[in-house]
Design a protein. Structure first.
Length: 101
């Protein structure tokens, strides 16, 4: 996703500086959402909970965490990643062709 966005911005008309500014503008909201989600650290809470409940390991995560806990963890990540994936999949492909050859 990042490479696609950067390539698209840099292949647009204008200077490289303008392309980088467009890239920053396009990515800022998504990156900010990810940073805020990471500050909440659901993965760290999940790992700490699993470590406390199963210090000697486990065979299945469902034996350590309840369905509600797994769903909450899943939702914490889906709230930041799925909209971005949907946006990516809805964009047209970027084709860069070289002249000659």
């Amino acid at each position: 996703m990042l490479a696609w966005s950067l390539a698209r911005a840099l292949s647009s008309p204008g200077t490289p500086a303008e392309g980088l500014a467009a890239y920053e503008g396009a990515r800022r909201e998504t990156v900010n959402a990810i940073v805020l989600a990471c500050r909440d650290m659901p993965a760290d809470r999940l790992l700490q909970t699993v470590s406390t409940r199963a210090p000697d390991g486990f065979e299945r995560i469902e034996d350590v965490l309840s369905p509600a806990e797994l769903a909450a963890f899943d939702q914490a990540y889906r709230s930041t990643t799925l909209p971005d994936v949907a946006a990516l999949n809805s964009r047209p492909s970027l084709s860069i062709t070289s002249g000659g050859s």
